[in-house]
Design a protein around this ligand. Structure first.
Ligand SMILES: Cc1cc2nc3c(=O)[nH]c(=O)nc-3n(C[C@H](O)[C@H](O)[C@H](O)COP(=O)(O)O)c2cc1C
Length: 207
């Protein structure tokens, strides 16, 4: 199974990075003893883990934070964070539970070498609060956040159509945070689309 979580890693200078990541876990294994993390090599998460193979995987229902992290719009100074106990890492206090991990294996790569397959092992874990539960709007935001990270890979028309479809459960079943998350993602997609179109025009003019 894939667990959509938030991974924090630290850069060499100690700066915290927060990114949604979907590790492969054993079916319904909430202890997350071992899992496969598959970061694209272009991500900061991958670079940080190559520098220092430790981080923290968070289980959360905070759709707004997940959306912000997906598009690199997290203001770390506004987050409640504490030092991890067993690894060099940072724990987000707003999560439901967290797993401090160490990378203990490298299983190579997939997606034509673009993505690494790293084995993570939980060395300490903790819990802050209950998980909210199933909510269509929260899940729709997760889907929308994945789409927002695929501008330039998935055709823009397809992304717009899908975001329109996802706005139905968000409007019907979400709270203020889920609605804000979807608006944020829509804005990001439109800005990225403009950037792409400009890039294509410049490329066209110079060829
Ligand atoms: C729910 C969700 C799951 C994701 N899972 C992964 C993943 O497993 N591997 C990956 O490289 N990117 C994944 N992404 C995309 C990254 O979060 C995105 O590229 C992000 O900008 C990477 O951040 P970073 O460069 O700060 O590490 C996921 C995004 C979402 C919304």
């Amino acid at each position: 199974m894939i667990l959509e979580g938030l991974v924090t890693t630290l850069a060499r200078d100690g700066a915290m990075n927060v990114a949604p990541m979907g590790p492969e876990v054993e079916d319904d294994d909430t202890a997350l003893g071992r899992f496969r993390l598959r970061p694209f090599k272009a991500t900061t998460t991958y670079r940080n883990l190559m520098d220092h193979p430790e981080g923290v995987l968070h289980v959360t229902d905070d759709a707004l934070l997940l959306a912000r992290a997906a598009i690199g719009a997290v203001d770390a100074s506004g987050l409640s964070v504490r030092a991890a106990s067993a690894v060099r890492g940072a724990v987000l206090a707003s999560c439901c539970r967290y797993h401090e991990f160490r990378i203990v294996g490298n299983e190579g790569e997939d997606r034509g070498g673009l993505r690494a397959v790293l084995v993570g092992e939980t060395v300490a874990s903790g819990r802050f609060r209950d998980f909210f539960g199933f909510n269509r709007a929260k899940h729709a935001v997760v889907e929308a956040a994945i789409l927002a990270t695929r501008v330039g890979i998935v055709p823009i028309g397809e992304i717009r159509d899908e975001l329109k479809r996802l706005s139905v459960p968000v409007d019907k079943t979400g709270g203020a945070a889920e609605r804000a998350a979807l608006e944020l993602l829509k804005g990001h997609v439109e800005r990225a689309a403009v950037g792409l179109e400009r890039g294509l025009r410049t490329e066209g003019a110079s060829s």
